[in-house]
Design a protein around this ligand. Structure first.
Ligand code: FO1
Length: 318
């Protein structure tokens, strides 16, 4: 099997990561995760996308939300609210254990990579889940109401303010985590999970050296489109693309990944968009991309692995 480097954001990416983990061994799959969404809440370091992937691989995900822990409760947050604390970011009682442990490990001198590894070991997650960087990078939404940290935009304001752009504070001074660096050097294929290209994959690509390394990557580079039928499968990707004046379509996604991918996987319902993608010099592969069940996740992972094993020829735009 090819050694795969999967780049993931939260919920959508975690679904494909789970599918890939069912077909690849821990030496064959590294999941590199966006940390631009990280935030400090109540003094705790919360790393939502890392946790979403970890919980998925540990079989703990809340099936209703795709993030957080199945069966969680919010008694601590309720108590915090009664004491005048902020409760708009819903940290569950069980989930709080994760943030307490991570914060404790970081305070003891661990890097985010080491803290994540310790947590994965404790939860029996054998596939490496790797933060994109051990340096802080924070996604900032530049909105009509001013700049706001990503979770404030995403959760507190429910993505309502119009955005004019996003920036990744700290990215210029960050470096890829060494596990990310090694995985890039050793992988046979790079897979962009069906995550938001702007705010989930964007921060990963903003880490110095990553964009260039993927541009030069010799093996197959595959992205799964998060846009189906002109809408995002989850989250604000479509709204953000539209507000930034980008085409909300598979071709729009392909344009975002220009120079970085050889193949874009689009859903069967969007097969008619394949020629527009191919006109950009990117091969279009049509397959079911909507992952509802675990069988859907494994089936999409299987499609991806076929592509990862048979390099697409490099093409140039027509
Ligand atoms: N998403 C929400 O929409 N509302 C929440 O209150 C919320 C809390 C939360 C707590 C822990 C965690 O790991 C994720 C959480 N998320 C919540 C999801 C998170 O905001 C997003 O999934 C990502 O940051 C975007 O990928």
């Amino acid at each position: 099997m090819p050694r795969v480097l999967a780049i993931s954001g939260g919920v959508g990416g975690a679904k494909l990561a789970l599918g890939l983990s069912r077909l690849l061994g821990p030496e064959e799959l590294t999941v590199v995760v966006n940390t631009g969404d990280d935030e400090t809440f109540h003094g705790l370091h919360v790393s939502p996308d890392v946790d979403t992937v970890v919980y998925a691989l540990a079989g703990l995900t809340n099936p209703d939300t795709g993030w957080g822990v199945a069966g969680d409760s919010f008694r601590t947050l309720d108590a915090l609210g009664r004491l005048g604390g902020e409760t708009w970011f819903r940290l569950g009682d069980l989930d709080l254990g994760m943030h307490l442990r991570r914060t404790e490990l970081l305070a003891s001198g661990c890097t985010l990579t080491e803290a994540t590894r310790a947590i994965c070991d404790a939860l029996g997650v054998r596939h490496p889940v790797v933060p994109m960087s051990d340096s802080p990078v924070r996604t900032i939404a530049q909105t009509e109401r001013g700049e706001m940290a990503f979770q404030e935009y995403f959760v507190r304001h429910a993505c309502e303010p119009r955005i004019a752009g996003v920036r990744f504070a700290g990215a210029d001074n960050a470096a890829p985590s060494s596990a990310f660096h090694d995985a890039l050097a050793n992988a046979d294929a790079v897979v962009f999970c069906p995550s938001n290209p702007l705010v989930s994959i964007g921060p990963v690509l903003a880490v110095p050296g990553v964009h260039g390394a993927i541009e030069r990557f010799a093996g197959p580079r595959i992205a799964i489109s998060p846009i189906v039928g002109g809408r995002a499968l989850k989250g604000p990707a479509a709204k953000m693309m539209a507000e930034l004046g980008e085409e909300v379509s598979n071709a729009g996604v392909a344009r975002r990944y220009a120079g970085l991918i050889d193949v874009l996987v689009l859903d069967g319902s969007d097969a008619a968009e394949a020629p527009a993608v191919e006109a950009l010099g990117i091969a279009a592969h049509v397959a079911p991309t909507v992952m509802t069940t675990d069988a859907d996740k494994t089936a999409l992972a299987r499609e991806v692995l076929v592509l990862a094993s048979h390099p697409a020829p490099r093409r140039s735009a027509r």
